[in-house]
Design a protein around this ligand. Sequence first.
Ligand code: AMP
Length: 394
Amino acid sequence: MKYINDVDIAGKRVFIRCDFNVPMDENGNITDDSRIKAALPTIQYAIDDKAKVILASHLGRPKGKRVEKYSLKPVAKRLSTLLGKDVVFIDDFESEEAKEILSNLKEGDVALLENLRFWEGEEKNSYDFAKKLLELFDVYVNDAFGVCHRKHASVFALPEIAKIAVGGFLLKKELDYFKKIFTIEEKPFVAVIGGAKVSGKLDCLINLLNKADKMIIGGAQAFTFLRAMGYKTGNSLVEEDLIDEAKRVMDEAKARGVKFYLPVDFVCSTSIEDTVDYRVVPYQEIPKGMMGLDIGPASIELFREVLRDAKVVVWNGPMGVFEVKAFANGTNKIAEIIGSLNALTVVGGGDTADAVERAGQSANMSYISTGGGASLKLLEGKTLPAVEVLEKKQ
Ligand code: AMP
């Protein structure tokens, strides 16, 4: 697969599909700009190499309509500050005025198009929509790892019909880290998998059993496993229809010699809202009418021991309802433990990246992916459609 530094971009109009899907508060202020910062190396490279840079991204789910709160205008402003130069904001790339501005860009100039998802064609992978974008540039660059698992026009149809289509530096970094995880020889390899549902992570669990020496399960997933072992779990989140699958994962772990760890205690409450009357109980004693919302202190110590000699750690999914302070301790402590290791530590995007940031541990991880869904697909051992398009192109 080719990357931006493998092609000639000087003096050319270079379209860089970024992932600027950043969280914003109700006043339109960006609350975390790490995704914008992650795209800077490719953008700066294009500027330095005298390209005429046209940036594009999606933001949120406006469903093919103009929705002001999903406008990328605040991103243009932040980008301008981070790059130390003007970023021209293009409200409607189809208008004559916009076409004129874009065709008159000078070398090193930067423009940002409005949210691509304001156009219906984006999520529908419309080739007509892609053709309209195609008129704007000479070289296509995909640096939007976070959407590479989706067949959307700007990452699928567009590179397919573009003459030159390559990856950006962020895409390269992401793909390299996930490749490294599956090729690295160092051991022990510990997979830490949490989050709400077994259903979304089943393929990931099965695939990681091929590589891991130890597997730690946290989050609400643990309760489906505990049920598979015959324990009562009160009102905790359980996927009844996956109890057999959970059993299969544990059997598979045993058959492959992968050490499998579940939490041994839980912080339980009657509901997520009840942050006062919570109780810590051993896993055998989850009371009727209560639900497990975080792992307890004994589990934290157990997982600390399990992780102590780790050389490679892959972490996807929080240990509890980390969004609520009363149930965030387990996730925070696991973040601190993983952050303190002298190991290759790779964190899946989305919620886990957010949890690591909240725990103040981002700087202590080897790599934090910018893509939740895309990183999960790679952990499942699957390929990403948008990456396949670029590979076929070469
Ligand atoms: P996922 O997207 O599958 O990684 O799940 C992340 C979500 O799982 C977060 O929003 C957490 O609040 C939630 N979660 C983690 N542990 C629990 C639990 N014990 N009960 C309910 N939700 C949980």
